[in-house]
Design a protein around this ligand. Structure first.
Ligand code: NAD
Ligand code: TYD
Length: 346
């Protein structure tokens, strides 16, 4: 029997992870602890609440609120914490970094302290390849590489990772860290590039490609990431970090080409716009350490992009209300004044 607190479990990856764990492990009970920010949505867990009523619980709360976190650990007899809770969008971190520092750094500290005070609970931190910063040449980031974050988001996540390692070294807290690549799939808030572009294209709106679109990303299907985290939780060596990705990379323009092809929409929707400040050109990780535990990704980039597009086409009930709410104001802030480039930046 395992009783897991999944913080941020109402977000994109967290909700997919909760579904994955409850399906795979019939001896596991999951308690989702989530503040329900703009990115946390109860709709993401509707089927989970129906299908796993006895083994699933939800509690609304902030990971920065130590008494509430401690109360959740006591009430449910938690033995494992998996921390997905974070502010996660780079463009928002450029506009308003404050919430990133509070949740991604201070919130992580509150969870670690609570895990420690409860006798040393098993703790897993969900982190990102962005902590490695922009990767030069053909190097693939190794878990032992120094962190060199460049955006406020990446810096706040790196701060979280440092704290997690410090709690292991100083207090012996049984931790692991996973660093995921760019995830795509069902229930991703349409601020991130793939769901933004799919839902824009479905509305015949332009797709704002930053700069020349030659940036390289590892677009990983969310189920593969969830399976990787589960593998680290069960077979990972305590105190270690694991990269989770396909180990391959693709340009943003190639991603857009596949996305438009799956939708049957024209390339004339593409607009090259002013680049993101400090935009990391390339992320790519070596994933041999996780492969050695017995995990393997199932989806190629192209399969992941096509499956994601099909989900958004089939589920307008999920994204249409989002796009008509807070999102509209956000969109205006990020894209309203953005210059269109007459020729793509070199
Ligand atoms: P998301 O933005 O979709 O969801 C974040 C969730 O955290 C939401 O449910 C939100 O309500 C909750 N939350 C935010 N602040 C909170 C707080 N103070 N207390 C409690 N809950 C809070 O994010 P996501 O894309 O699902 O990412 C989940 C985790 O995975 C994050 O830690 C992120 O850094 C990491 N990650 C994301 C990606 C990606 O491509 N999206 C890749 C690698 C790693
Ligand atoms: P994003 O989904 O924001 O993830 P991250 O910045 O964490 O990698 O962006 C993925 C890539 O897509 C990144 O290179 C920035 C680019 N991008 C655009 O070109 N246009 C957009 O409107 C957005 C949101 C992102």
């Amino acid at each position: 029997m395992q009783t897991m607190l999944v913080t941020g479990g109402a977000g994109f990856i967290g909700s997919n992870f909760v579904r994955y764990v409850l399906e795979q492990h019939t001896d596991t009970t999951v308690v989702v602890y989530d503040k329900l920010t703009y990115a946390g949505r109860m709709e993401n867990l509707v089927d989970v609440a129906e299908n796993f009523a006895g083994r699933y619980h939800f509690m609304q709360g902030d990971i920065c609120d130590a008494p509430a976190v401690n109360a959740a650990l006591d009430q449910f007899g938690i033995d494992t914490i998996v921390n997905f809770a974070a502010e996660t969008h780079v463009d928002r971190s450029i506009l308003d970094p404050d919430a990133f520092m509070r949740t991604d750094v201070y919130g992580t500290y509150v969870l670690l302290e609570a895990a420690q005070k409860h006798g040393g609970l098993r703790y897993h931190q969900v982190s990102t390849d962005e902590v490695y910063g922009h990767i030069h040449g053909d190097h693939r980031s190794l878990e032992t590489d120094c962190m060199a974050p460049r955006s406020p988001y990446a810096a706040s996540k790196a701060g979280g990772d440092h704290l997690v390692n410090a709690y292991h070294i100083t207090y012996g807290l049984p931790i692991t860290i996973s660093r995921g690549a760019n995830n795509i799939g069902p229930y991703q808030y349409p601020e991130k590039v793939v769901p933004l572009f799919v839902t824009n294209a479905l509305n015949d709106m332009h797709l704002p490609v930053y700069g020349d679109g030659g940036q390289q990303r590892d677009y990983q299907y969310v189920q593969d990431h969830c399976a990787g985290i589960d593998m680290v939780l069960r077979r990972g060596v305590i105190g270690e970090s694991y990269n989770v990705g396909t180990g391959k990379e693709m340009t943003n323009l190639r991603m857009v080409e596949i996305l438009l092809d799956e939708l049957g929409k024209p390339a004339s929707l593409i607009r090259h716009v002013e680049d993101r400040a400090g935009h990391d050109r390339r992320y790519c990780m070596n994933v041999d350490k996780l492969l050695a535990l017995g995990w393997e990704p199932e989806y190629t980039h192209e399969e992941a992009i096509r499956a994601t597009v099909r989900w958004y086409v089939a589920n307008p009930w999920w994204w249409e209300p989002i796009r008509s709410g807070e999102f509209k104001e956000y969109y205006q802030r990020v894209y309203g004044q953005r210059k269109t480039l007459s020729t793509p930046a070199a």
